[in-house]
Design a protein around this ligand. Structure first.
Ligand code: BF8
Length: 663
């Protein structure tokens, strides 16, 4: 494949008057760089979204193109007025489209997890020497959970047994995936009754792709069952394995002070951004930027040093483990190139906009792809091999130094840096609340039962240029903590909250009196960042621990918890939503939901799944409406548990509203 194909930057001719940048994002640095991009004649996703209206038929998922008799387009205003050429109803069409999104999202996480497991095996077999087992304690803990003997055995033997056990997560054709051992008994019974316990991810994804093809499964409820099975193969399978193996190889995160925002770039240093999802690439970059010869080369080029920075989920993995600075979330990946200060943007897989190639070209930045799965026209490719990782990452540093020497563009870095404390694993929540000598979830459960903490909310996921960047994340979380709901986070959402200053212990003053008291006693923020999107598995484990600790019901569906992805854009988010729902969690999505209201499939997802013992979906776009849905659900669960006591929802007062409107 040719490496050096150049993309010709195109001068933007706006088709219509564009909105002011501050109406498109609450991130000041991103707004400034969007304005600069417009002045420079460079088009970004914010403006493309305004110039390209979302297709209304696709947005309703009323378009079927699973065969070539169509595509068939149904009318969401009259959903049962007609059917596709084969006779497919709108429920079949929508559930098939939903299924394909679930399969794609699960594939992304499980392929990532399987790659981590491959790395683990190669380390154990001695074929890869640049990585090693850093966390033996976690290895033994996970092994014991999987009924693997650890007493008096060599670490390598335990690890190999664990590898063989966890490989079943992907390849097993019959039986149940290994991590069902972590699922609370009653939740597992519901899954068994519904026939949705995953066998192995590959088999489940294959079956879902088969069933959603023309002329196969034509009952929305039956398709939904396989969607749940695939989604659970992600949450309790592929993603969970990815998280656990990353912890074993690279260390389990524990709270660390971090810096976020574009001000982490340094004009007088060689700036290298890592954006994507694979921690192995980033871990090797950490080693390369510490290489004395490369540091000296940077100095010889006139730089004060090498500045390594993360973005999106790669960045989240790294700041959770190493405190590496983070430059921004999904909707800032183009705008950061507009600073002119990025000497190399290095990408691997997932959430990488193709337009980065063109924007990088405009600002003379090196865009470097590294993974054979994901190449981009116009980008340079330096392939990453796990057995010789530094060959790739050293070369990237050399390329970045070369660009620093000849930047040739004006550099303008918004000098905005925020700080926070991140890196809360479910293990750390244990220690933090229970203390080192009696680590347990009992204090959390007790504080929920006594009402200091009303419940727990997971607020996760992406940005979407069809929403004002970060606005819904930040205002939703503020409303939740004000109502004594402890918030846990993964993915790009936590960068929104870090930029808003809510991930510091000092943010406890924004919480309701009960949550504030708990945060101040423990010294923790009211908003806990748990890592990347694959680390949603940490939230599942925390839920399972809450059930096992006792006092909050027998299944995850009994817990006073709720989840939300208020600005999502990725198919991966749909899969995550479905595995939380199938696990028993009420899960609200914002932006848009690809299902027509008033249809049988909509009723199935939004009502009937809960009647079957699972969670259910919800939808709203306004942060305060979303908060109300989540808090009402938490209160409903508290009542069912008999731990409700008269408490009113704290309403935003006018000064709060003004503060938000001014944001
Ligand atoms: O997996 S939150 S934009 S970076 S999909 Fe992507 Fe969404 Fe960010 Fe990570 Ni997650």
């Amino acid at each position: 494949m040719p490496d050096e194909e150049k993309v010709i930057p195109k001068k933007v001719v706006p088709k219509k008057k564009l909105l002011d940048p501050r109406e498109l994002t609450t991130c000041e640095a991103t707004a400034r760089m969007l304005a600069k991009a417009r002045n420079d004649g460079v088009e970004l996703a914010f403006d493309r979204a305004q110039n390209m209206k979302a297709c209304p038929i696709g947005a309703d998922s009323a378009c079927c193109k699973h065969c070539f008799m169509g595509p068939c387009r149904l009318n969401s205003k009259d959903p049962y007025g007609k059917v596709g050429v084969c006779g497919a109803t709108i429920d079949t069409i929508m559930s098939r489209n939903f299924a394909r999104a679930v399969a794609a999202g699960c594939s992304a996480h499980t392929d990532h997890g399987m790659a981590m497991l491959d790395l683990f095996r190669e380390v154990l077999e001695g074929h890869i020497k640049d990585y090693e087992i850093k966390n033996v304690q976690k290895l033994e803990y996970v092994a014991r959970e999987m009924d693997i003997e650890t007493e008096g055995r060599e670490v390598k033997d335990i690890a190999m047994d664990l590898y063989k056990e966890l490989e079943r997560t992907y390849t097993q054709v019959d039986g149940e995936i290994p991590f069902v051992k972590r699922v609370p008994q009653k939740t597992l019974e519901t899954w068994r009754k519904q026939g949705i316990v995953p066998r192995g991810a590959m088999r489940e994804i294959m079956e879902l792709m088969h069933r959603s093809a023309i002329g196969v499964d034509q009952h929305y409820a039956n398709i939904t069952k396989q969607c749940s099975r695939v989604a659970l193969a992600d949450g309790w399978g592929g993603s969970m394995v990815a998280t656990e193996i990353a912890d074993i190889l690279f260390g389990t995160p524990s709270p660390v002070a971090i810096e976020v925002n574009m001000g982490v770039l340094k004009e007088d240093q060689v700036n290298i951004i890592i954006h994507g999802h694979e921690p192995n690439l980033f871990e090797s970059m950490v080693a390369s930027v510490a290489e004395p010869t490369l540091v000296q080369a940077a100095k010889d080029a006139g730089a004060k040093g090498l500045n390594l920075v993360g973005m999106c989920c790669s960045g989240l993995e790294m700041f959770s483990r190493h405190g590496t600075p983070h430059a921004g979330n999904f909707m800032s990946t183009e705008t950061i190139l507009v600073t002119g200060a990025v000497d190399a943007m290095v990408v691997d897989v997932q959430c990488i906009k193709q337009a980065l190639a063109q924007v990088a070209e405009c600002y003379k930045t090196q865009l470097i792809t590294t993974n054979p799965r994901a190449r981009i026209e116009g980008a340079k490719h330096v392939e990453f091999h796990e057995d010789t990782p530094k060959d790739c990452t050293d070369e990237i540093v050399i390329q970045a130094i070369g660009r620093f020497k000849n930047r040739g563009v004006e550099v303008e870095i918004p000098q905005i840096v925020n700080s926070g404390v991140h890196g809360f694993s479910h293990e750390y929540i244990n220690y933090m609340l229970g203390g080192t000598f009696r680590a347990s979830y009992t204090p959390l459960n007790d504080n929920i039962i006594n009402g200091r903490i009303r419940g727990v909310a997971g607020v996760v996921g992406c940005n979407n240029p069809r929403m004002k960047q970060d606005y819904v994340h930040v205002n939703l979380v503020k409303e939740l903590i004000k109502n004594d709901v402890l918030v846990v986070q993964t993915g790009c959402s936590q960068i929104a909250l870090a930029k808003a200053g809510l991930t510091t212990p000092e943010a406890a003053h924004l919480a309701g009196p009960g949550l504030k008291e708990v945060c101040e006693t423990v010294g923790m923020p009211p908003v806990l960042g748990l890592g990347a999107c694959v680390d949603n598995s940490r939230i599942l484990i925390a839920c399972a621990e809450m059930v096992k600790t006792g006092g909050l019901g027998d299944s995850i569906a009994d817990l006073p918890v709720a989840g939300c992805a208020p600005e999502y854009m990725s198919e991966k988010a749909i899969t995550i939503g479905q595995y939380f729902v199938a696990s028993g969690v009420f899960t609200v999505f914002g932006v848009t939901f690809p299902i027509v209201e008033g249809t049988k499939f909509h009723k199935h997802l939004f009502e009937e799944l809960e009647e079957l013992g699972m969670g259910k979906w919800g939808f709203a776009t306004d942060p305060f409406d979303i908060a109300k849905l989540m808090i009402d659900h938490i209160d409903k669960k508290r009542k069912a548990l008999g731990i409700d006591k008269a408490r009113e929802r704290v309403l935003m007062d006018m000064s709060d509203r003004r503060e938000i409107d001014a944001a």
